[in-house]
Write a new protein. Structure first.
Length: 44
């Protein structure tokens, strides 16, 4: 039972970390996407 609980907490921590990474990537993407598009349009 204790082992199962540790496994559940471990997998939950992994999913939380993945969600935080995805959110951070999404925020940075949305923050810099407009700048990238203007830069790309300037080169084009």
């Amino acid at each position: 039972m204790c082992f199962l609980l540790i496994e559940m907490i471990h997998s939950w921590n992994q999913s939380v970390m993945q969600r935080r990474i995805i959110r951070a990537v999404y925020i940075t993407e949305s923050k810099y996407s407009n700048w990238d598009e203007s830069l790309f349009n300037g080169f084009r």
